[in-house]
Design a protein around this ligand. Structure first.
Ligand code: ARG
Length: 467
């Protein structure tokens, strides 16, 4: 293909066509509008390809260096914002090849030797994922750091709050314990992302359109040049595999679900009814009509945007389902959900991080809920168990105490004190803070178990940061 033809506005693949592409075709099939952000990856991959071509003698050193310099020049144009797209640019890959050929002249026409857009696209997307998914993972770990520093702070005052099941008061728990529950789920997200990153670290470059090449290319050279851990073994698989995108979208969907649960919690906590936390003004929004409103919009959107993250995953899987080998244009539809999920979850992580880092915990409201007498019920039953009573029987005895308290309007503690099987000793369980302090089994919500949990959590965090 000559430079002239390209500059004339024809598509790079125009050779066998009599007519120029219809405007509607270009409008419908283009991917430039969303894949232009792959420019650094396409240039990086193209440079590795050229280096390989030089190393095996498919490009002369002079031509190769000329093309490498042109690729750098194109990179500078993108970085400085001076790159000019042409109407014939279908995607970022054709745009870069077109511009390289304009700058380098005839040697530019050699850049696509032994390469197809099919392996080129798969390469660029994997490179993008390696970089961007690592950033998502780093944001997850930053968020865990924030949760943990708030947990440590909460433990100084031994802040306790009611723990819930079915959104009903259940048993008191330390605030640090509650915050760490989220850290554990986020650390699993970080671990899943690390697994995904490891599995996607395979170079598909050299697979060509689908079957490799008759030319003496060496895919291992370009793979090494790009820093991939390994090289594809099967060219058909290399160009049609999008498992790594499905995995990323699942990892992010589940991460998004975790964030949505945190979001819902903060919507409740900042409500007048709970009053457990107050947002910093910088992380809250107002109402256009109701002057008194202070809304937790970050928390609500963390909840709401989980829907699209799940949608991006199911959309991709539906697109992949039933696709015959090898490349099909359907695969171009992998990018928008990928970019969207990565962008959205990154913003969610940063926003929630800031929101929680700057919020104030309303210790009095949390403590009041934690010390409500109904939350001592299980401890009373366990007190009887420790004195030999079968748990089922103890459950019934305390159940009757609760029923009598409700029916007579008498505080539970008074009924317990006067109770023949309970008495003053059991009544001491109502002293504020005693119930939470008594939860000391492995992984439990009280202060004695907290130290061991923290040791494990810190070890997991530092392992995650290393890997
Ligand atoms: N923009 C396309 C994509 O993202 C490039 C691959 C097109 N390849 C082809 N043979 N038409 O998948």
């Amino acid at each position: 293909m000559s430079e002239k033809n390209v500059s004339d506005g024809a598509a790079l693949w125009h050779g066998r066509f009599d007519a120029a592409p219809a405007e509607e075709l270009m409008a419908y099939t283009e991917s430039l509008s969303f894949d232009k952000r792959l420019w650094p990856d396409d240039i990086f991959g193209s440079k590795a390809h050229v280096t390989m071509l030089i190393s095996v003698g498919l490009m002369s050193k002079v031509d190769g260096e000329n093309v490498l310099a042109a690729l750098d020049a194109v990179g500078n144009e993108f970085a400085s914002g001076s790159f000019v797209f042409e109407a014939s640019d279908e995607d970022i890959h054709t745009a870069i090849e077109r511009r390289v050929t304009q700058i380098a002249g005839e040697p530019g026409g050699r850049i696509h030797t032994g390469r197809s857009r099919n392996d080129q696209v798969a390469t660029a997307v994997r490179l993008w994922c390696k970089r961007e998914v690592a950033v998502v993972r780093a944001r997850v770990l930053e968020f865990v750091d924030t949760l943990e520093s708030r947990a440590v702070e909460a433990d100084i005052q031994q802040i306790r709050l009611p723990g819930y099941t079915h959104v009903q008061h259940a048993q008191p728990v330390l605030l640090s314990h509650h915050l760490r529950a989220h850290s554990w789920s986020l650390l699993r997200d970080a671990s899943r992302l690390a697994d995904t990153l490891q599995r996607l670290d395979v170079s598909p470059l050299g697979a060509g359109a689908l079957a490799g090449s008759s030319l003496p290319i060496n895919p291992e050279v370009s793979a090494k040049e790009m820093g991939f851990a390994t090289t594809f073994a099967n060219s058909l698989d290399a160009v049609s595999d999008r498992d790594f995108i499905a995995e990323i979208l699942f990892d992010i969907a589940l991460l998004g679900v975790h964030l949505s649960r945190i979001g819902e919690e903060w919507v409740l906590w900042t409500s007048a009814e709970f009053g457990f936390a107050t947002l910093n003004d910088a992380y809250a929004t107002g109402s256009s009509m109701l002057p008194q409103k202070k809304n937790a919009d970050i928390a609500e959107l963390a909840r709401g945007k989980a829907g699209r993250l799940i949608g991006n995953l199911t959309g991709l899987l539906a697109m992949l389902k039933g696709l015959p080998l090898a490349y099909n244009r359907d695969l171009q539809e992998d990018k928008e959900p990928l970019f969207d999920s990565v962008d959205q979850v990154r913003r969610a992580l940063v926003a929630l991080n800031g929101m929680i880092a700057t919020a104030t915990f309303n210790v009095a409201n949390m403590t009041k809920g934690a010390d409500a007498e109904a939350l001592v019920a299980t401890d009373l039953a366990e007190w009887l168990v420790q004195r030999g009573m079968p748990f089922r029987e103890a459950h019934a005895v305390v159940g009757k105490v609760v029923r009598d308290a409700i029916a007579s309007g008498t505080p539970m503690v008074d009924i317990v004190r006067a109770h023949p099987q309970l008495g003053a000793d059991a009544a001491s369980l109502f002293v504020p803070g005693v119930a939470v302090a008594n939860r000391r089994s492995l992984g439990a919500a009280g202060p004695d178990a907290a130290a061991a949990q923290k040791t494990r959590l810190d070890a997991e965090i530092s392992r995650a940061k290393k890997g």
